[in-house]
Design a protein around this ligand. Structure first.
Ligand code: ZN
Length: 682
């Protein structure tokens, strides 16, 4: 979990750099001036450049603000700086690319160094470490690039393409055309700083609201005032509640406890939950009947939460949609979340998800779960947790091996070339990659921090106890090594810096999981039957959790569409809409499997409040992972991984078509599920 957060943070840092600087709300270059400027340029250089001129001038105009100069300054800037000559344009591109590598690379290195006292075992963490770790040297990068007019120069000469256009040109673009398109993505919006500030306040408030949304489980009672949970158990919505629900398969009173948690979740979604029991421990609560009692079991009056949950969702909507008019290429938050961030259209994501959750294999997996539980399914069984490995592998035995092999971080570092060799890289290439990865003993569970300029190393952070690396730590380290190998190949071996990296975080996770899946084999302890069973359980577990999150992500998607259609809704109306949408999705895709109607459970995720429209990334990542795994299973791992990675950061669908010959879909996951169902029968 920590590592996902870190990678997400790593990514967030990157987008912070792209946070546009101040633009005044009122100033606008007139349509006439834009047309006239374009006309003059076409007259000067000819109609051949029509597309580049029209788009470039339009783009600069959309970013120009009063502080950048008057209309005539805008005209002169365009006339003087448009570059028609293709050889000169390539030189400009190379210069820009080199400078961005210097800036991003050194910033990354500085941030990594400033954070070392927080991440590595460097003694007690002090005020200085915390303040310096949080310091962001790049905070004003965008502002600076607008001030020195580099942003306008890029916008004028490198057209910004929408995702639809990129997809349309994907098959015909050369590598340099892709690299130019990525350059064109650099400066496409300039949101007034007060709007960014406002959103960051809303985000902080939303986080705080969820962070303080705890339920005192020791106070949960049934009709006879029996308690079921440990007295001191406090669970946060929804993660804590969900994890406790998951932990209660096959425990004493497990089903009863799960029903309590489910009832609590419904009260939260419907905002019937008493404010007296949110983050407060004074009262007993019977969530099934929604009654509150004092210490003497005397019923007390309560106030239901006044739609606060939906008030925060609305605040997010208002803060983010206020930025729409400053994002000419992606003028809604829905477009920015899907087309711009994921680079998969909302329509495509929706289709991928619906195809998956309506597949006949889902009903087969549900049948197996029902058999294993020996009862009818309940809506909360979307969190069925019985496909985890646990007893399938003997962890103690493996820990004995990893401790002997890896007494310290250095021992693991020394073994990286051998690991890569075993995965199929040549000795030269294995040494080449390994030389670019540093292994550091870390405080946390482990993470991977990539370099952002050639000449710099990626860092593998791993936690090693006094007795050496245990199996769990090793398993994580192999995952992180996967990230580091990806980071290294996509920085050093991709032809243009603007194309370095992978399309989005789902891809880096997919590669990391592929490495992780080889961990036992890399210890020289390959057991074919064991591996087959582990893979089968993994496929079933993945399928069921994808089925769950896809439903939640669809609800998130439809709720945002509803907010855009009803921008003036109040929190109560939004609550009713969310409940209706969640129930509609349930009745359409989950009721047929569960046999229980009208559950709004898919609306419980806290991500809806704290990370709007982020959820879809998780299941997409797993589908990609299975597609790649399925494709390379009878091929050479190292060769295929390298071939896929050197494509760099083109769009996800274009990347996948070249990588596995197909767009992103659930077919590979479902194929793995069919195989798994032949192995796991009860
Ligand atoms: Zn990862």
């Amino acid at each position: 979990m920590i590592l996902t957060v870190l990678i997400m943070t790593g990514c967030k840092n990157k987008s912070d750099q792209n946070k546009p600087s101040a633009k005044s709300e009122t100033f606008k270059i007139s349509e006439e001036t834009i047309k006239e400027t374009a006309r003059q340029l076409k007259e000067k250089y000819g109609e051949t450049y029509e597309f580049r001129i029209d788009r470039g001038v339009q783009q600069v105009a959309s970013l120009w603000s009063e502080s950048d100069g008057k209309e005539e300054d805008f005209v002169n800037f365009c006339l003087e700086n448009f570059e028609p000559d293709s050889a000169k344009l390539l030189t400009i591109f190379s210069k820009l690319e080199r400078n961005f590598e210097v800036i991003f690379g050194l910033n990354n290195k500085m941030t990594l160094k400033l954070n070392e006292p927080l991440h590595l075992n460097m003694g007690e963490i002090t005020f200085v470490d915390l303040a310096m770790g949080a310091y962001s040297p790049m905070a004003h990068f965008n502002e600076d690039m607008f001030a020195n007019k580099i942003a306008f120069y890029v916008a004028l000469n490198f057209p910004a393409y929408s995702l639809t256009e990129k997809e349309k040109f994907a098959d015909s673009w050369t590598r340099i055309e892709w690299a130019y398109a990525r350059m064109g993505d650099m400066f496409i919006s300039r949101v007034p700083s007060e709007l960014n500030q406002n959103y960051s306040e809303v985000a902080t408030q939303s986080d705080a609201y969820i962070a303080d949304y705890n339920i005192y489980m020791g106070n949960i009672v049934d009709d006879k005032f029996n308690t079921y949970f440990p007295k001191d158990m406090v669970l946060i919505t929804h993660w804590g509640l969900r994890d406790e629900l998951k932990a209660n398969y096959n425990t004493e009173n497990g089903l009863q406890k799960q029903k309590f948690i489910y009832d609590i979740m419904l009260r939260i979604i419907r905002q019937e939950i008493p404010v007296e029991v949110i983050n407060k421990s004074e009262y007993k609560w019977n969530p099934s009947k929604n009654l509150v009692f004092d210490a003497q079991n005397k019923e007390v009056k309560f106030t239901a939460e006044p739609y606060t949950r939906y008030e925060y969702l609305l605040k997010n909507f208002k803060a983010l949609s206020a930025m729409d008019k400053y994002n000419p290429v992606y003028p809604t938050y829905i477009l920015r979340a899907y087309d711009q961030s994921m680079e998969i259209t909302r329509e495509e994501v929706e289709k991928i998800f619906i195809d998956f959750i309506t597949a006949p294999e889902i009903a087969e997996v549900a049948k197996l779960i029902k058999k294993r539980l020996n009862r009818d399914l309940q809506p909360f069984d979307i969190w069925y947790d019985g496909f985890k490995l646990r007893s399938e592998i003997n962890q103690d035995e493996l820990t004995a091996i990893t401790r002997r092999k890896y007494p310290d971080a250095q021992a693991f570092a020394k073994d990286i070339p051998r690991i890569l060799l075993d995965l199929g890289w040549t000795r030269d290439k294995a040494n080449y990659i390994a030389a670019k990865i540093a292994v550091d003993p870390a405080r946390g569970a482990g993470h991977a921090w990539g370099a952002q300029m050639k000449g710099d190393q990626a860092h593998l952070r791993t936690r090693i106890g006094d007795k050496g690396m245990d199996y769990k730590g090793y398993n994580i380290a192999i995952h992180e090594l996967g990230h580091n190998v990806e980071q290294t190949i996509t920085l050093y071996d991709v032809d243009y810096y603007m194309l370095s990296g992978v399309p989005n975080t789902a891809f880096t996770e997919a590669i990391a999981f592929l490495f992780q899946g080889n961990d036992i084999k890399l210890l020289g302890r390959s057991n074919a039957t064991e591996k087959q069973k582990v893979d089968a359980l993994n496929a079933l577990d993945n399928c069921w959790s994808a089925y769950e999150i896809m439903g939640v992500a669809l609800v998130d998607m439809y709720v945002w569409q509803w907010m855009y259609e009803n921008p003036d809704a109040n929190p109560k109306e939004l609550k009713e809409a969310v409940e209706k949408i969640a129930i509609d999705v349930w009745n359409k895709y989950y009721y047929p499997i569960f046999g229980v109607k009208d559950s709004p459970i898919l609306a419980i995720y806290s991500h809806m409040i704290t990370s709007p429209l982020y959820l879809a990334n998780y299941p997409i990542g797993h589908l990609i992972e299975f597609q790649i795994a399925e494709y390379i299973k009878d091929k050479k791992f190292a060769d295929e991984v390298t071939r896929m990675l050197v494509q760099g950061r083109i769009t996800p669908q274009a990347w996948m078509k070249n990588a596995v010959g197909d767009k992103i879909n659930g077919n590979a996951t479902l194929a793995a599920v069919r195989d798994a169902l032949k192995i796991i029968k009860d």
